[in-house]
Write a protein that binds this ligand. Structure first.
Ligand SMILES: Nc1ncnc2c1ncn2[C@@H]1O[C@H](COP(=O)(O)OP(=O)(O)OP(=O)(O)O)[C@@H](O)[C@H]1O
Ligand SMILES: CC(C)(CO)[C@@H](O)C(=O)NCCC(=O)O
Ligand SMILES: [K+]
Length: 242
């Protein structure tokens, strides 16, 4: 049994897998890691491996205390990945993006794939049908946009995610919702159109904390794969056992 742990920029997501079956998912704050992992290990005593992908600020020493309970599989740029990395700066490529690309290749073989992860940041990653990873884009995520508008101006309030009723905002709050949510939707649709101009066919995998919210509002029919990073972590571990 495997515990897959995604240490993000704002929170940690962990999932328990028995082979390819997801049994349990928990989400918690970076500060709670020791207590939460301890709790999951007690709840699922059959866990023998912890696979970790981290882009967040978490001391690697946090994992040492679990080493007597389960084998640690820390994903690093040196881990074996099922694609050829064409990124110009592979050593600064986010581990989460590498794991997403690995999952896309292993779950959707022999086709062009665009992975969109709408989390703290929105990342775009393109892996072609020859399993070559090319990179994509990094932009601020939804919550980051609301916070930036508030933090770097004198007058704008801090709002939380809400779909705009109209693209013409008739008030301060409507204008902010239109700018943030409408802006993200246009960005995603615009990027998809650019990929479509260059590649006749590709699949789109939408994931991250805002995936479901966005999937319901995009013009293209795109399904949200909310646990795609965790599933990809499980698959990356299995791929490395072979
Ligand atoms: N309970 C929640 N806490 C924080 N963000 C949430 C929550 N529910 C939904 N979200 C949305 O999820 C987004 C953050 O995504 P996610 O949780 O995937 O980020 P993360 O954990 O920092 O991971 P990553 O670093 O991979 O982006 C925010 O833009 C926010 O709108
Ligand atoms: C872009 C984020 C913050 C998304 O989590 C992460 O993948 C990261 O820190 N990336 C490093 C820069 C890069 O991927 O080129
Ligand atoms: K992200």
């Amino acid at each position: 049994m495997l515990l897959a742990v995604d240490v993000g920029n704002t929170r940690i997501k962990a999932a328990v897998f028995e082979e390819n079956t997801l049994l349990d998912v928990v989400v918690f704050d970076l500060k709670m890691v020791e207590n939460e992992i301890d709790f999951i290990l007690k709840k699922h005593p059959k866990i023998n491996t912890i696979a970790v992908a981290s882009v967040g600020k978490l001391d690697p020493a946090a994992w040492i205390s679990f080493e007597d309970k389960a084998k640690l599989f820390l994903i690093t740029p040196q881990t074996k990945f099922p694609f050829k990395n064409r990124y110009a700066t592979p050593n600064s490529l986010g581990i989460d993006r590498m794991v997403l690309a690995a999952g896309a290749v292993l779950q959707f073989p022999r086709q062009n794939r665009l992975v969109i992860d709408a989390g703290t940041c929105i990342t775009y990653d393109f892996i072609d049908e020859k399993d070559e990873y090319w990179g994509g884009a990094i932009s601020p995520g939804i919550r980051l946009r609301y916070e930036a508008l508030h933090q770097f101006t004198a007058k704008l309030p801090l709002l939380t995610r809400q779909a705009p009723e109209n693209f013409i905002g008739h008030s301060t709050s409507e204008s902010i919702h239109s700018g943030v949510i409408g802006g993200v939707l246009h960005e995603i649709e615009g990027f998809i159109a650019e990929y479509q101009a260059q590649y006749a066919k590709f699949i789109i995998i939408l994931t991250g904390g805002d995936a479901e919210f966005l999937a319901n509002r995009l013009k293209n029919t795109i399904f949200a794969h909310s646990n795609f990073l965790l599933e990809s972590l499980n698959q990356t571990f299995q791929y490395n056992q072979k």
